[in-house]
Design a protein around this ligand. Structure first.
Ligand SMILES: *[C@@H]1O[C@H](CO)[C@@H](O)[C@H](O)[C@H]1NC(C)=O
Ligand SMILES: *[C@@H]1O[C@H](CO)[C@@H](O)[C@H](O)[C@H]1NC(C)=O
Ligand SMILES: *[C@@H]1O[C@H](CO)[C@@H](O)[C@H](O)[C@H]1NC(C)=O
Length: 369
């Protein structure tokens, strides 16, 4: 069943990684540790098997058949029995290749479900931000939307973007996944799984939540080195200090063995810290010795440029992105992001020479923050 190993995303046979990763730092209790790891291994095998079984279901194929745009090259292989997971990766690779920048390997990825893609909702603000941003419109050509359901997929197509159907068996992601509900967690973890696959396919990416407003081109501000660069809810320290509070809603990751290993390690944390979302787990593993051991270096992005409602950038001359973080619920996010977009338009309408400290400040957050 080679299909499972390309798909399971760190769930398949990862006893080793867990051990060497050493989530548990106290290794003096060997007997307890090994009984724990046996339990974990059993659990992982179970989860892996479940995923394998679900993989056989026809949902992805049904989905793909509904969209003519996905037909074509797959006919060439019609006499070769292929697995849904493999087909999915082929589709993903094709989509990424179409969307890539001039370097042929960098894409911008967001994920979307029906609730976030309703007309006049977050997805529209996301798209608008690129259009009203300072030199960001061209970046829309490189955005890949991972659509969690059919509605989101159709909205993506209608917007003329590159779209990819992210399938997850037995889960309907179309409603608003309430913060920390079971579906919310599944969606968040499926995203980490998807991003690992993107790295494995050799693509570098900027992952962005759809409630991040793109106001300037971030590529001019990313660090030259560092495999894994991430925005922060709070930026307390310097750009290498793991005591910063990273936010998984915006990050820039370069494909390498180190980052692929890291994404597997991160995803394994889902089983190790049940009921936690990817960001909690990131905070729990960010200072784990596993990370220096694989040679991965974090770079934390300063909120002065990559801000959010937790810690807004202070100067509109400096802002690059603004994230509706520290804000729960679509109506709240919409309220403050709409104000933010108005602030930005007002700012952009004033000639640079006439801007002053007032016109360079936000009126947000109001409800959020
Ligand atoms: C950044 O913070 C870390 C941890 O506090 C410290 O070891 C390092 O020297 C600092 N680096 C710079 C460039 O200040
Ligand atoms: C990653 O690992 C594979 C196999 O271990 C190796 O062949 C390849 O050269 C490595 N790639 C990089 C970029 O280090
Ligand atoms: C800043 O500029 C705005 C619009 O140009 C103006 O109305 C406002 O009085 C100025 N504020 C200060 C503190 O100069």
């Amino acid at each position: 069943m080679p299909a499972a190993s390309t798909r399971g995303g760190g769930v398949d046979g990862d006893g080793d990684t867990l051990e060497s990763g050493g989530y548990r730092r106290d290794t003096s209790h060997k007997p307890m540790l090994s009984s724990v790891s046996i339990k974990i291994t059993l659990m992982l095998v179970l989860v892996g098997t479940t995923i394998l079984i679900f993989n056989q279901s026809s949902y992805p194929l049904k989905f793909f058949r509904n969209h003519n745009s996905f037909s074509g090259p797959s006919c060439e292989n019609s006499n070769v029995p292929s697995s849904p997971a493999k087909d999915e990766n082929i589709e993903l690779e094709k989509t990424l290749r179409r969307a890539a920048m001039k370097d042929s390997k960098t894409v911008i990825i967001t994920t979307l479900n029906a609730a976030w893609s309703e007309p006049n909702s977050l997805f529209d603000l996301f798209l608008e931000s690129f259009r009203i941003g300072d030199g960001t419109a061209h970046l829309l050509d490189h955005v890949v939307v991972g659509a969690f359901d059919k509605t989101a997929y159709e909205r993506c197509k209608a917007a003329g973007l590159h779209c990819y159907a992210v399938t997850t068996e037995g889960v309907d992601f179309s409603g608003e996944a309430f913060f920390m509900s079971e579906d919310y967690l599944k969606m968040m973890w499926r995203r980490i799984d998807l991003l690992r696959t993107v790295l494995e396919l050799g693509f570098d990416f900027v992952f962005t939540d759809a409630d991040v407003m793109w106001l300037r081109d971030p590529f001019k501000k990313f660090y030259q080195d560092g495999d894994f660069q991430i925005a922060c809810d709070h930026y307390w320290a310097n750009y290498t200090d793991v005591s910063n509070s990273p936010n998984g809603g915006f990050n820039y990751v370069k494909s390498s063995n180190r980052t692929i290993e890291f994404y597997k390690f991160w995803h394994n944390g889902r089983e190790y810290f049940p009921g936690r979302h990817d960001q909690d787990v990131l905070n729990m593993i960010k200072d784990n010795p596993f990370i220096p051991r694989i040679g991965l270096e974090f770079r934390f992005l300063d909120t002065a440029h990559f801000g959010g409602f937790c810690e807004p950038s202070k100067d509109l001359d400096e802002v690059i992105t603004m994230h509706a973080n520290c804000c729960i619920g679509i109506p709240n996010k919409m309220h403050d992001l709409t104000m933010l977009v108005d602030d930005w338009k007002r700012y952009m309408a004033i000639p640079p020479s006439n801007r002053n400290s007032t016109t360079r400040s936000w009126t947000v957050p109001r409800i959020c923050g």
